[in-house]
Design a protein around this ligand. Structure first.
Ligand code: F6R
Length: 246
């Protein structure tokens, strides 16, 4: 596991973007696994900037997203499909037909999950998976539990995740209570993983993920077993980890 310490969120975003851009340059027809939320938001803006400077071509890239709220329409401004369109896809030359986000409107859970898994398989797996981490250690919406899930599944969101994500909604009640999420197995089968972490509020979860026991109680701890993980985290996010190492 490589740990790259950055000064702050902006520095984390620039370095994260450089890694994603390098992936697209090295393998123009790569499959990017993408995340939403605050962690990668500025990184996407940096990628757009590089694209606008003429240095990147997304025409052969495919992408598959980690998760989507169950019940939200793609054009709902809180849906993850909407986030991806606005924050990245509409600004680069990726073919929207090659971008995949779980279908939040599919009420047949089995079908929604199988579709997403089939897509990942058909694409030949993920070359580079971008991840953020939840304050409870979740990755994707794999919440703490008693086992690791392999494939895409429907997750009941924990209170702490609903609380954390309510900052994007008008009220806590509007936060969907369930989401479709890629499983830990699919994440772990990605060839490379890029974990972005910023802020003191993530420091405890990150320290547990990096050095704690590998346990489904801290889903991100499984990343210790992956052969090619790059953690790009700012000083604040690494504060607890660094104290432990001192
Ligand atoms: C989002 C996702 C989540 C977030 C995590 C951190 O697609 O899969 O695991 O990465 O909840 O969220 P932020 O980055 O908003 O702090």
């Amino acid at each position: 596991m490589r740990i790259i310490k950055t000064e702050n969120y902006e520095d984390m975003s620039r370095k994260g973007a450089a890694i994603v851009c390098a992936q697209v340059i090295l393998k123009p027809d790569c499959v990017l696994g993408l995340a939403t939320g605050s962690s990668p938001e500025q990184m996407y803006a940096e990628i757009i900037q590089t694209y606008q400077q003429g240095g990147l071509d997304f025409s052969s890239v495919s992408s598959v997203n980690l998760d989507e709220y169950r019940g939200l329409e793609p054009d709902n401004s809180q849906s993850y499909r909407y986030f991806m369109n606005k924050k990245l896809f509409e600004h680069v030359n990726i073919d929207l037909a090659n971008t995949y986000v779980p279908d939040g409107l599919e009420t047949d859970t089995k079908k929604a999950c199988k579709n997403h898994d089939d897509i990942i398989e058909r694409l030949g797996g993920i070359d580079l998976q971008v991840l953020g981490i939840g304050m409870n250690g979740h990755i994707g919406f794999n919440e703490p539990g008693d086992h690791f899930e392999n494939g895409t599944h429907c997750m009941d969101l924990t209170d702490s995740t609903i609380e954390a994500n309510s900052r994007f909604f008008a009220s806590r009640d509007e936060v969907p209570k369930q989401a479709y999420t890629m499983g830990i197995g699919s994440i772990m089968r990605a060839k490379k993983i890029l974990l972005l972490v910023s802020g003191e509020q993530k420091a405890e979860a990150l320290a547990k993920a990096l050095t704690g026991p590998v346990t489904p109680q801290v889903p991100a701890s499984i990343l210790q077993l992956h052969a090619d993980v790059t953690v790009v985290a700012d000083e604040a996010a690494l504060s607890v980890y660094q104290k432990q190492q001192a």
